[in-house]
Design a protein around this ligand. Sequence first.
Ligand code: URA
Length: 242
Amino acid sequence: MNHEGERLQKVLARLGFGSRRACEELIADERVTVNGETAILGRRVDVENDEVEVDGAIVGIRPDLVYYLLNKATGVITTADDPQGRPTVVEIVPDEPRVFPVGRLDADTEGMLLLTNDGTLTHRLTHPSFGVEKEYLAQVTGVPSRAALRELREGIELEDGRTAPARVTAVEDSLLRITIHEGRNRQVRRMCEAIGHPVVRLVRTRIGPLVDRRLRPGEWRVLTRDEVRSLEIAVGGDDPER
Ligand code: URA
């Protein structure tokens, strides 16, 4: 028996599985395993190393990792520190523990932005090789032709190279839903500009599996366990080194 670490029911309660009492029942009902073995009451876990599952689903038990979802408003800067003193995304969420934005949205772009101190997930969500989709609604000037939309889909020659194929649908005449998985600097704006229909308003509406239509501009919330798990699955499962 491991005499160090935290009591399993306490860890589970902190993660939102109910009161300590309810979590003791989960354990007594043999619904919890630690490193593949059915846990018994009184079990302690090392939150850095042990793998806990409830009803067969792995639960991330590292208490030091936090994940926030922000609906960024226009005018807010995606950086940890703006030398010009403009409002930044990190000022909106709690300052302890220190978190960083996952990728960036332009000052004039709105919508979903993740902030976390989970470096592994950040790397995987932002690195193009993991191919995580980001979906945008782009209000553009004029009405792009079918040929222009096809160009966007097939790839556009930009100064830093050709863009990868994108999914593009016209929701309305001047409103495009654009799904990309690269995330180059001002990519959507540059793509639309290249077809002669500059963006007038840009909103990120999805990051991989994550959507939230209720969060208002400027609001943030903590990701649920299931959402964190869905992001981990989107980038290829748990990192064995964590
Ligand atoms: N593409 C852009 O052009 N701007 C953003 O903020 C995000 C994607």
